[in-house]
Ligand binder design. Structure first.
Ligand SMILES: [Zn+2]
Length: 441
């Protein structure tokens, strides 16, 4: 069996693309061989496909390797050893970290990481934080309770690894978190866009504090695509008086992309640690040129205990048609993660993405941060109800605002909506992943 590979190389972010591809191919081959030899699941999958690791000689050969998805990984975990099953490539006693997926789209997947994998996680997050201007002088506040989900754990360790001072504010309630940020003069913050908006609202309305005066300089968002949706990003930046950066990651994959300080309208893919492919949603053909959206297929190039090789993530992304002014050679995806393939639904024959609705709603200053979309069938016709919250001071212009909103929505999504204005504060609030889109058909 091949020995455990190492990943470290400090010069990767600016390597020219051909060099990066060479590195990716070498790492990909090594990863497939590792999984083929050690994981009963991957070994069987590849043997059934008639594939041996030596078959992969060029970047094009990568497509010979069968893809995996959530359902397949979950089935593989029904075997021994419990709870990771046939995915495990190391003896159980080498597993140092347990995490699981949230299971919102089915049963959760249990994720094993060795200590080396955990260092790999924080290394991936170091790319994110450094690119977003985090330095050892930062005092980073985490308004977040850690648990079985990976959210912000790795961000925490990466901030420590960079030499930042880390303040874990998990067990505090929102009010105490705000007071702690003020007391300690924290300079950076991490959270979901939704929670950070709610936090700011509470500071303003119930505590008489202006979040923009708390001294937060940078915010890293995760968990929802909001920080890449321009209207949400603007709202967060204005409210907190800070630069707001997006990143994308997932339990089964790792932290694979990030926005840099140049905020060029996209996320850099960490090509040194991940191989991202984009496929046409219908034909499955590879998309290598900018301007066409597709589904992401991703490989974590150094993850050992429980590998992620050609994972069909269901994320919709597209390549950007430019390089970034920051000097990093890592490719950009335009506008971040654009949605999930299973979130994009057909309504009245038109493709509707929840992100498109969010962009419109949050561009209206008269509307609160929360909204809810319900799609249902009424007498054989699809009806989309959009519930928004109106600020009390905007109540007397309700009709005009709703009319404007309807016009903008029609323009941006080509659909008509049944609009409902609700009292501010009456729609559900979310701390973790928001559930704003309900399809009842
Ligand atoms: Zn950049």
């Amino acid at each position: 069996m091949s020995p455990a590979p190492m990943y470290w190389n400090p010069y990767l972010e600016t390597l020219p693309q051909p060099e990066l591809e060479k590195l990716q191919l070498a790492k990909f081959r090594r990863m497939v061989k590792w999984a083929y030899e050690r994981s009963p699941f991957y070994g069987e999958l590849y043997r059934k496909a008639g594939l041996i690791p030596e078959d992969i000689k060029t970047m094009d050969d990568i497509r010979l390797v069968p893809k995996v998805d959530k359902a397949l990984l979950k089935t593989a975990q029904e075997r021994e050893p419990f709870p990771y099953g046939g995915l495990l490539c190391l003896p159980l006693e080498k597993v140092a970290e347990f995490r699981q997926t949230s299971g919102t789209t089915g049963k959760p997947i249990y994720q094993a990481d060795s200590w080396q994998d955990w260092e790999w996680w924080s290394e991936a997050w170091c790319y994110i934080l450094w690119a977003q201007g985090y330095r050892p002088s930062d005092r980073v506040f985490f308004p977040f309770g850690y648990n079985i989900f990976v959210a912000f754990w790795a961000g925490h360790y990466a901030a420590e690894k960079l030499g930042c001072e880390v303040v874990p504010g998990g067990v505090l309630d929102t009010r105490s978190r705000i007071l702690k940020i003020q007391e300690l003069k924290a300079s950076a913050l991490m959270g979901t866009p939704t929670y950070l908006l709610n936090m700011a609202r509470l500071a303003k309305e119930e505590m008489g504090l202006d979040p923009a005066e708390l001294g937060i300089k940078r915010i890293t968002c995760a968990g929802e695509p909001g920080a890449s949706i321009p209207a949400t990003k603007n709202r967060l930046q204005k409210t907190w008086g800070a630069k707001v950066y997006d990143h994308a990651g997932a339990t089964e994959i790792g932290a694979w992309s990030y926005e840099c300080q140049d905020q060029s309208g996209g996320l850099h893919v960490n090509q040194a640690m991940f191989l991202v492919e984009i496929e046409d949603m219908i034909t499955g053909e590879p998309i290598t040129e900018p301007g066409q959206k597709g589904k992401m297929v991703i490989t974590a190039l150094d993850r050992l205990a429980q590998p992620c090789i050609r994972f069909d993530s269901n994320d919709i992304i597209q390549w950007a048609g430019k390089t970034c002014s920051c000097g990093r050679s890592f490719k950009l995806i335009q506008g971040g993660v654009l949605g999930r393939a299973d979130d994009i639904t057909k309504v009245k024959g038109v493709l509707l993405s929840p992100a498109a609705i969010e962009e419109v709603v949050r561009s209206f200053d008269e509307l609160g941060d929360e909204y809810q979309v319900v799609v249902e069938k009424i007498n054989d016709n699809d009806r989309i109800t959009l519930k928004v919250e109106l600020f009390p001071e905007a109540l007397d212009q309700k009709d005009a605002i709703l009319k404007n909103l309807a016009d903008r929505l029609r323009l941006n999504t080509n659909l008509g909506y049944h609009l409902e204005a609700h009292e501010f504060g009456s729609l559900p609030r979310y701390e973790l992943k928001a559930r704003r889109f309900v399809d009842l058909r």
